[in-house]
Design a protein around this ligand. Structure first.
Ligand code: WTA
Length: 651
C-alpha cells in the first residue's frame, strides 16, 4: 500500500471510494459482498451468527442461536463459554503467547509491554485473588481505575470467574460512585491510590473511601499502587494489589458460563435523574465485539491498533478490552491527556509504535485542529492505514482535517454509530468497500436492521429526519436495565411495537447512508460523553441556595455541546459570581468534573413554564443561542419571566 501522503479537496458532498490497495486485503472488498452478507445476516441470522460464533471457543456449543420474545433476547442459548478464555488463553494456545497484547504508555512517560502470555498470568493471579476474597459468579465488582493495564486485567479477571464488573469512569465523583455501589450492590472494589491527569494526581482511593462510608455490601477493596500518593488502608477491608497477587499462583482454569451469564453493568445517563445500569451478557456481547472489530477495523494479525477512549466508557469496554483482545491484535493503551506535555502526544505515540489503526472522538479532533498543525507535522504518521471516530456527529471540516492531515489522504475513516446499550458498533462503513462521506456513519453493520421512522411509525423518505430505530435483535444488545425491567421496556421498546428506539434523531440519503442528527431526549453529548440534563438539574437543586434549575445544551465549537444552567435562588440568597463558582464546584462534587457547566445564569423571576408547570427548555435554548425569544410563547404561563431572563443574560 502506498504510504505517500496526498491531499484531497473535501466538502460535505465528497464521496471517497476505498482504494484498490486497501480493498485487496480487506475482509469485505466489494459492495456486492457487503450486500450479500448483510441480506443473509437479516434474513437468516442463525446461519450468519453461528458462522461468526464458531470462530471463537465454546466449552459447550449452543442449542439455539436466537430466542426472541420482544423485548427479551437470548443469544446462543445452551452454550457455555468463558469470555476471558477467548480474549486471552485462546491466543496463547494458538501460538500468540509472545505477541504483544498491550503496549502501554503512562502519562509521565513510563512504558510497559504485556504479551498475551504475561496478560494470561496477570489475569489468572487476579482471578485467584478475587476468588480468595470470596467473590462468586454473578457478584458485582466495582472498578474505579486509571488507564493502566491493570484496569483491563481487573475486567478480564472478573469475566474469568463469572463476576459482573461495573466500571465507574475515573472522572466521576464519590457521590456518583456511591449511587452505583448502592444500585449494583457490589461486594468488592478494585481501585488505585491515584491516577495521573495532566501532571497532577487524582486521588482515586480517597474518593472511594468517601463513597464507601456507610456501605455494608463491599467486603474487600483491592488497591493498585500507581501514583504513590498517600492513602489510608482500612484493616481487614483494603488490600494492596501487588501484595495479594504475589501470594497466589499464576494459573487458573477458566470455567464455562452460560451464554446469557451477565458480563458487566455500565451506568449511563438517560432522561431521568438516575443513571441506568445497562446490563450486557456474555456470548452475544463476545460475538458482537469480536465481529465488529474484525470487519469494521479490518483487524489483521500484524496491526497495531489504538483506541484512545477510557475503559470507564462503553468504547473502552468494547474496543479496548474485549473486541481487540478477542481478535488477538496488538494494541496501544495510553494513560493520560492528549495535551500532555503538549498537543503532540498522540502523534508521538503513533510514530513510536507504528500504529496502523487509530480510533478517537470528533471532540479530540476539533481540539487538535485548534491546537495547530505544527504539533502534527513533527511526527511521521505513515504507519496509519485506517482511522475511526465515535461518540458524536463529526462535522465535515473536522472530517477533512482528519482525513488529510492525520490519514495523509490515504486512510479510510470509519464513522461508527453506536451506544452503551447496543454494546457494539451498529452503523459504520466497512473500510474495504463502503464509499465514505463526511458526516455520515453510512450503512448498517451485519445483523442490524436500522430504519428511520416518523411519529406514526412510517418510514421516512430520503433526507426526511425522523427517529432512528432498530427493528431486529442483535447479539450484543443490552438485556435489561439492571434491577428495572419495566424501565428497560418503557425506555427502549415502547415507542414502536417490538422495535428498539435509540433516542437519536437521524435521516437517510437516497443511497441509504445514515446521518445522525443528535439526541431526541434530554441527554447532552459533551465532548462525546453522555450527560442527562435531569442529573445536572437534580445536583443543582440539592444545593441549599437553589430553588429551581433547568439545564440545556448549547452548540460548542470543540465539545460539540456545552452545558448551560438556569437557576432560581431561594429567598435569602444573593446572585453573585461567587455563588456561580460554588454551584459549578458543587456539580463537580456531586457528578464529577465532566459535568461542570460552562455557564450559569440566574433566573430571578423564575423559569419559563407552561401553564401545566413544564419547563420550556425550547425557549431557554433560543434565548441562549440568539439572545432573545421570538418563537411561540402562547403557552407560557408568565411572559415577564422571559424579559427578566433576557436582561440577566445581557448583564
Ligand atoms: C452519540 C458511545 C453521531 C449518539 C459509543 C448516541 C454518535 C450516543 C455517534 C451514545 C456517531 C455515538 N455519530 N452520534 N458516530 N456515536 N453517537 O452511550 O447520540 O456514550 O445515542 O456510546 O452518542 O453515547 P454512548
Amino acid at each position: 500500500m502506498s504510504k505517500k501522503a496526498s491531499f484531497v479537496e473535501i466538502d460535505e458532498n465528497t464521496e471517497i471510494k476505498p482504494s484498490k490497495a486497501f480493498s485487496k486485503y480487506a475482509r469485505v472488498s466489494s459492495m456486492a459482498q457487503y450486500k450479500r452478507m448483510h441480506a443473509e445476516s437479516i434474513e437468516k441470522p442463525h446461519l450468519f451468527w453461528a458462522r461468526e460464533a464458531k470462530e471463537l471457543k465454546w466449552q459447550k456449543k449452543w442449542d439455539k442461536v436466537l430466542n426472541w420474545e420482544a423485548p427479551y433476547a437470548e443469544w446462543f442459548k445452551g452454550g457455555k463459554l468463558n469470555v476471558c478464555e477467548n480474549a486471552v488463553d485462546r491466543h496463547v494456545e494458538e501460538g500468540r503467547g509472545n505477541k504483544a497484547a498491550i503496549i502501554w504508555e503512562g502519562e509521565p512517560g513510563d512504558k510497559r509491554i504485556l504479551t498475551y502470555q504475561q496478560l494470561q498470568r496477570e489475569v489468572c493471579r487476579m482471578a485467584n485473588v478475587l476468588t480468595n476474597q470470596g467473590v462468586k459468579p454473578k457478584d458485582c465488582v466495582l472498578i474505579y481505575m486509571p488507564m493502566v493495564p491493570e484496569a483491563t486485567i481487573a475486567m478480564l479477571a472478573c469475566a474469568r470467574i463469572g463476576a459482573v464488573h461495573s466500571i465507574v469512569f475515573g472522572g466521576f465523583s464519590s457521590e456518583s460512585i456511591k449511587d452505583r455501589l448502592e444500585d449494583s450492590k457490589a461486594v468488592a472494589v478494585i481501585t488505585a491510590d491515584g491516577s495521573w491527569r495532566r501532571g497532577s494526581v487524582v486521588p482515586l482511593k480517597d474518593n472511594m473511601d468517601e463513597a464507601l462510608k456507610g456501605n455494608k455490601d463491599v467486603k474487600s477493596v483491592i488497591v493498585l499502587k500507581r501514583c504513590e500518593n498517600d492513602v489510608k488502608m482500612k484493616k481487614g477491608r483494603d488490600f494492596w494489589w501487588h501484595k495479594q497477587t504475589a501470594k497466589v499462583p499464576a494459573k487458573h482454569t477458566p470455567k464455562g458460563f452460560s451464554a446469557e451469564h451477565p458480563l458487566f453493568i455500565l451506568y449511563t445517563s438517560g432522561s431521568t435523574g438516575k443513571p441506568k445500569g445497562i446490563l450486557h451478557t456474555s456470548g452475544g456481547y463476545m460475538v458482537g465485539t469480536y465481529t465488529t472489530c474484525k470487519y469494521i477495523f479490518d483487524m489483521q494479525e500484524d496491526d497495531v491498533y489504538w483506541c484512545t477512549a477510557d475503559v470507564g466508557w462503553i468504547t473502552g469496554h468494547s474496543y479496548i478490552t474485549y473486541g481487540p483482545l478477542l481478535n488477538g491484535v496488538t494494541q496501544i493503551m495510553y494513560e493520560g491527556g492528549p495535551n500532555y506535555p503538549d498537543w503532540g502526544r498522540f502523534w508521538s505515540i503513533i510514530e513510536e509504535y507504528g500504529v496502523t489503526i487509530f480510533y478517537t472522538a470528533p471532540t479530540a479532533i476539533r481540539a487538535f485542529i485548534k491546537a495547530g498543525d505544527e504539533f502534527v507535522d513533527k511526527y511521521d504518521l505513515s504507519s496509519l492505514r485506517l482511522l475511526g471516530t465515535v461518540g458524536e456527529p463529526i462535522n465535515p471540516a473536522a472530517w477533512a482535517w482528519y482525513y488529510n492531515k492525520i490519514g495523509g489522504g490515504r486512510c479510510p475513516i470509519v464513522d461508527t454509530w453506536w451506544q452503551t446499550e447496543t454494546g457494539a458498533i451498529m452503523i459504520s462503513p466497512l473500510p474495504g468497500c463502503t464509499p465514505i462521506k463526511p458526516g455520515t456513519a453510512t450503512l448498517p453493520f451485519f445483523g442490524v436492521d436500522a430504519a428511520i421512522l416518523d411519529e406514526e411509525g412510517n418510514e421516512c423518505k430520503p433526507d426526511q429526519p425522523g427517529r432512528l430505530v432498530i427493528r431486529k435483535p442483535w447479539p450484543s444488545m443490552l438485556r435489561t436495565i439492571y434491577g428495572d425491567k419495566k424501565r428497560y421496556k418503557d425506555t427502549y421498546w415502547s415507542d414502536y411495537d417490538g422495535m428498539y428506539t435509540a433516542g437519536d434523531g437521524a435521516k437517510k440519503d437516497k443511497k441509504g447512508n445514515v446521518y445522525i442528527i443528535g439526541r431526541l431526549d434530554d441527554v447532552l453529548n459533551v465532548s462525546g460523553h453522555r450527560l442527562g440534563t435531569a442529573e445536572i438539574e437534580s445536583a443543582l437543586v440539592a444545593h441549599p441556595a437553589v430553588a429551581e434549575a433547568a439545564v440545556i445544551g448549547k452548540p460548542h465549537e470543540i465539545k460539540g455541546e456545552s452545558i448551560v444552567c438556569f437557576v432560581t435562588l431561594k429567598g435569602d440568597y444573593k446572585e453573585t459570581d461567587e455563588l456561580k463558582t460554588e454551584l459549578r464546584n458543587h456539580i463537580g462534587k456531586v457528578i464529577g468534573a465532566i459535568a461542570k457547566p460552562d455557564a450559569i445564569h440566574f433566573a430571578p423571576a423564575g423559569l419559563p413554564k407552561t401553564r401545566s408547570g413544564k419547563i420550556m427548555r425550547r425557549l431557554l435554548k433560543e434565548l441562549v443561542n440568539t439572545g432573545k425569544v421570538t418563537g411561540n410563547v402562547t403557552t407560557l404561563e408568565d411572559s415577564k419571566v422571559i424579559d427578566a431572563l433576557e436582561k440577566s443574560l445581557k448583564g
